[in-house]
Design a binder for this molecule. Structure first.
Ligand code: ZN
Length: 416
């Protein structure tokens, strides 16, 4: 299964270069490319052998006006740049909304020009920005001048709460219009909805509507792998299997191990940031919050704070990771976990090694084998994890107190 890294912070550039063998490609959010054009383009071009896509981030226009504003009430500059790139009247329409106002879909009703601009931005921006004065010296440093096109163009997309929601046909229209424009690059739409939108009838409609595309990206809004129920996992699997049966390749725009397991349902790739965005909600402001410093524990397919990891690997030394990074830093000694706190880049490198192993490992597994293993891990470690002191806000949801989520996953995959 392919792993695509969602680019978030320029401070990670060196690390991504060092660990590039762990990843298959890149996802670049459009607001970052619009805001830091030259440096982001140079980064993309410097990894010319890695295919990339640009996420047009059009769902942000569904957020309340407040989300687009900076501290002094003006428009945040990354949003302003996106608006400028996509639509003549968009910035003005946002600023004339009431304080709690939301944009109506009708803003985009004459979609042709909007679709053309969104697609054009993706197809051309890296090339344009790489030609900026300032960019050339960095390109020379990396020894590349070859600008490559994205592997796919993503039409404007919006979150829908059911197929009866007016944002659903708008996204579908944008996808169809973009495809009709032709061009050499594959057009791959994003299907963005919550699990609540995925009943059997709606899944059939979605699969039918998107069957003309060879590839789609799935973003299940707020699909938190540690708190999702087995019945919701089953819904998402049905969508993936339905698309696959219709000849549509699907990739997850955000995902963790739960969606890696859907390789077994026909999903071909997933993307995420280095220590964050294994799931994402559409109503979060892009770029808000930094990545927490936490350690990925491969056996439980989740992160824990360093203090919890410290306790758990002292209790269960067999949980000490044996990836090349951990071999070097820990060498089997749980006391050395503290060294990860001194150098958080080690947390990132370790995670990328673990993710590569997971993505490779799933290709020779089966739903039965996964379910069996998850239940074994639950049985062996649940009590230890459940009784850990829990000082971290991010592990406050009930299923993260212990390892119940692994049983939910097993329930959803067992026998299917
Ligand atoms: Zn490791």
């Amino acid at each position: 299964m392919k792993v695509h890294l969602r680019f978030g912070m320029h401070r990670d550039v060196k690390l991504i270069h060092d660990e590039k063998d762990r990843i298959d490609g890149l996802v670049v959010p459009a607001h970052i490319l619009a805001h830091q054009s030259a440096s982001t383009s140079v980064f993309v071009t410097s990894l010319a052998e890695k295919p990339y896509i640009i996420d047009p981030m059009t769902f942000v226009f569904q957020n309340a006006k407040e989300a687009h504003l900076n501290d002094v009430g003006g428009m945040r500059s990354s949003i302003e740049k996106l608006c400028g790139a996509y639509h003549d009247k968009l910035a003005e329409r946002i600023m004339t909304l009431g304080p709690d106002g939301f944009m109506a879909p009708d803003v985009f009703s004459e979609s042709d020009e909007f679709c053309e601009k969104v697609a054009g931005f993706q197809a051309e921006q890296v090339g344009k920005a790489s030609a900026m004065s300032g960019a050339s010296k960095y390109l020379k440093r990396y020894g590349t001048t070859q600008v490559t096109a994205p592997r796919a163009v993503i039409p404007p997309y919006f979150r829908f709460s059911s197929v009866g929601d007016e944002w659903y046909p708008l996204s579908l229209t944008c996808a169809t219009l973009t495809r009709q424009m032709g061009g050499d690059i594959e057009v791959a739409p994003v299907i963005c909805c919550a699990t609540s939108a995925l009943n059997d009838t709606d899944i059939k409609t979605i699969v039918g509507d998107y069957a003309e595309f060879g590839r789609v990206f799935l973003w299940i809004d707020g699909y938190v792998q540690t708190s999702v129920t087995s019945s919701n996992i089953t819904r998402v699997r049905s969508l993936i299997k339905g698309l696959s049966a219709a000849g549509v390749e699907s990739e997850a725009l955000y995902g963790g191990y739960l969606l890696i397991m859907s390789f077994l349902d026909g999903m071909s790739a997933l993307s995420h940031g280095i220590l964050y965005t294994q799931h994402k909600s559409t109503d979060l402001v892009p770029g808000s919050g930094g990545a927490p410093e936490r350690y990925y524990i491969p056996a439980i397919h989740e992160f824990r704070s360093l203090s919890q990891t410290d306790q758990i690997i002292h209790q269960h030394q067999e949980l000490i990771c044996d990836c090349p990074v951990c071999e070097e830093v820990l060498g089997g000694d749980p006391d050395k976990i503290i060294l990860f706190g001194d150098d958080p880049d080690l947390l990132r490198r370790h995670f990328l090694h673990c993710r590569r192993r997971e993505a490779d490992g799933i290709t020779t597994s089966s739903p039965e084998a996964e379910a069996k293993r998850l239940r074994q891990v639950f049985k062996k470690y649940h009590d230890s994890f459940r009784t850990l002191p829990n000082p971290d806000a991010f592990v406050s949801s009930s299923k993260m107190q212990g390892l119940e989520y692994l049983n939910e996953w097993a329930d959803a995959f067992e026998g299917s």
